[in-house]
Design a protein around this ligand. Structure first.
Ligand code: WTA
Length: 661
């Protein structure tokens, strides 16, 4: 397909890619689906009012759906509720105490636990009582720095029970990242653990916490969960073992009732793991957030009372907050929590888990899918994955080939795939297929969720018509939207509300097709300008991944005297294959054929890995540094710092050999 007419003439982004495959929902899936076509016919007010009443138990009903004083929204005004009550207590009261809340699978083989809702309630009540003894009450900021153990969910729920806002820091971050976040929120308590497991090795959470706490003076108490049992340094007067704190505490829910909170009371801060700037302290409140996550979880994942649902993210990211802890528990869903990496002890670990627990819904990221693609389908083929009924994706644009691979090799060619677009800021999924209704197109997140008003704007702030591309915006507030940045109203205003008056600008590019489907094009900062054509990275990457030899690709621009920018591609081949000059020619031609000569990469650097953030997003900013021969910028959020040195040396070699075209 060629560049669309008129492109380069002030268009925000030109689009090149055309994907013709279509997948209608299987009729038997459609019949039983939680979301039926009439879901789209309700008005905004009607939809969110009904969902709030259906999905959440209120101590006191709300009086008004929402109030919108740009750029701040409030939802469910006057309502009183408690999230822990909704996620735990009410299920036990309803007689579901014996239902499994979490199947937990430790990384070391054979370490497993089954946590029922009743057990979860006891654990939460005990910890909440213990925290109360340490002075935690409504409004006390609590930091949490743990691995993927059920106690991480328990810690969050105990905070929610007391009305103490939490700040979960991903359990792989450094002491500086941890102390920065603790100081910013002035946390009074930190909940951590001795060590966590990762790829067969221990990670020293408590030692890192000790270093962080040396420069986090607001933290008066540190609660330490014992996971591995290896010795750690405890500071007398400040540190207390989880077990010692909770053993004497009552597990009777009446001993620690759920604090009635206002809809707009702060639930948590989460520092966004941006690929560029300084972390942003994103604030989520109680009522709107819970309604948002529970509603989207119910309809998009088509969760049933007997579902075994697995969101294979880390609880330390928003995906885990919303879709491992709060959404699923509010819906009384049985979930799986896995502690470790997908390749420990072998590359079939995930598929083994799915087979054992008969998981019917799997939610993961494109980066994980592409990793499994790189390893090859034989690992999944060793296991019976026929329990899988639905697959979800989140975190980055998904390349059509990865989407197809996921559907074929994991979903047995029948499970619908829902690509879900959202952000830490949005709290809940905003754009996604509804699996019983939507005819999906590989690579498209399809349509805005009911009660979400998304649009794509051009440079002038006008809505583009079908076939157009530009900036993704949300035109109306939504219940789970962020309530700002903690103590930084100017940056909040500047970041989302200054590009186009009156609408939320997400920072992402998108295209809308003839059917009104949205195709996410990546961060607008990553758009490449070649001879005045503004090309999104994802389209070129998808064209590369479309070649059968390619597992993963990332592209960026480098300055070019003739074309403004030239495209540099970083490519990982399947099965660990090395690149060659012939492969380079093949791939450059493949891109030209697939989407047009304008998008033909000037250079291709073959690399065994791509630089990614801890949450799996490709850091194109660092690739730009490599491509431009610049010293590397901030690498502290990289998952594996070695990767970028390797790429830099390969990149230097190649780019020094003379730049093609
Ligand atoms: C990207 C993760 C395309 C996007 C929940 C967004 C996606 C950022 C998708 C938010 C998707 C997330 N398709 N891009 N389905 N999902 N993104 O805050 O650039 O970690 O702005 O939230 O990830 O990342 P965050």
């Amino acid at each position: 397909m060629s560049v669309q007419p008129g492109s380069g003439q002030g268009h925000a982004i030109d689009t090149l890619f055309s994907e013709e495959r279509r997948y209608a929902p299987p009729p038997d899936f459609a019949r039983q689906a939680n979301a039926q076509p009439d879901i789209y016919s309700k008005s905004f007010d009607e939809f969110w009012t009904d969902e709030a009443q259906q999905r959440v138990s209120w101590f006191e009903p709300f009086e008004k759906l929402y109030e919108w004083k740009l750029p701040y929204a409030k939802f469910f005004l006057g309502g009183k509720l408690n999230i822990c009550y909704n996620c735990v207590d009410r299920h036990v009261e309803a007689g579901a105490g014996n239902k499994v809340a979490y199947y937990w699978e430790g990384e070391p083989l054979g370490e497993r636990r089954v946590v029922t809702f009743e057990q979860l309630q006891k654990d939460v009540v005990k910890l909440a009582n213990g925290l109360k003894r340490l002075g935690v009450k409504k409004g006390t900021p609590v930091g949490v720095y743990m691995g993927m153990v059920p106690e991480l969910a328990v810690a969050m729920l105990a905070c929610a029970r007391l009305g103490a806002p939490h700040n979960v820091v991903f359990g792989g971050f450094s002491a500086d990242s941890l102390s920065g976040r603790l100081n910013d929120m002035e946390c009074e308590v930190l909940i951590t653990q001795d060590e966590s497991w990762r790829r067969g090795k221990t990670f020293p959470l408590k030692a890192v916490a000790n270093e962080a706490l040396a420069s986090a003076p607001s933290v008066k108490h540190c609660v330490v969960f014992g996971r591995t049992g290896n010795p750690v340094e405890m500071k007398a007067g400040r540190d207390v073992w989880w077990d010692e704190l909770v053993t004497p505490a009552s597990d009777d829910p009446a001993s620690c009732p759920c604090e009635p909170l206002d809809s707009e009371d702060l639930l948590y801060l989460l520092y966004s793991s941006g690929t560029t700037a300084k972390p942003k302290a994103i604030a989520h409140t109680t009522g709107g957030y819970l309604v948002g996550v529970a509603t989207t979880h119910h309809y998009i994942f088509d969760v049933k009372p007997d579902s075994i649902y697995w969101c294979a993210a880390d609880i330390g990211w928003v995906t885990g907050h919303s879709y491992i802890v709060y959404g699923p528990l509010c819906n009384q869903t049985t979930g799986v929590i896995y502690e470790g990496t997908p390749d420990y002890p072998d590359r079939d670990r995930w598929w083994d888990i799915i087979e054992r627990y008969k998981v019917d819904i799997l939610y993961t990221s494109p980066t994980a899918i592409r990793t499994h693609m790189k390893w090859g389908p034989e690992h999944a083929q060793k296991h019976d994955l026929s329990s899988l009924r639905l697959l979800g994706s989140v975190g980055e644009p998904i390349n059509p080939e990865a989407w197809i691979w996921y559907r074929e090799h994991i979903g047995g060619g029948k499970a619908p795939v829902v690509d879900t677009w959202w952000q830490t800021e949005t709290g809940a999924i905003m754009i996604s297929a509804l699996p019983g209704i939507t005819t999906t197109k590989p690579g498209s997140a399809t349509r805005p969720f009911p009660g979400v008003e998304a649009a794509v704007y051009n440079n002038a702030g006008e809505e583009v018509g079908p076939g157009g591309a530009g900036y993704l915006v949300l035109k109306k507030p939504w219940p789970s939207m962020l309530r700002g940045f903690y103590r930084d109203p100017e940056r909040y205003q500047q970041t989302y509300w200054s590009r186009f008056p009156g609408v939320y600008f997400a920072g992402d590019g998108a295209r809308v097709d003839e059917d009104g489907y949205f195709w996410l094009l990546g961060r607008v900062d990553d758009v490449i300008n070649v001879s005045a054509h503004r090309i999104s990275t994802i389209e070129i990457e998808s064209a590369l991944v479309d070649h059968p030899a390619v597992a993963e690709a990332a592209v960026c621009g480098r300055a070019d005297a003739t074309t403004g920018q030239a495209i540099v591609a970083f490519v990982t081949l399947k099965g660990g294959a090395e690149g060659s000059p012939e492969m380079m020619t093949t791939l450059r031609d493949h891109v030209a054929k697939k989407i047009g000569a304008i998008a033909r990469p000037a250079n291709i650097v073959f690399t065994p890995e791509l630089p990614k953030t801890r949450s799996g997003k490709i850091m194109r900013r660092l690739l730009r540094d490599v491509a431009e021969h610049r010293p590397l910028g901030d690498t502290t959020t990289l998952a594996d710092a070695g990767v970028v040195d390797e790429i830099a040396s390969r990149g230097r070699e190649l780019l020094a050999k003379g730049e093609e075209e």
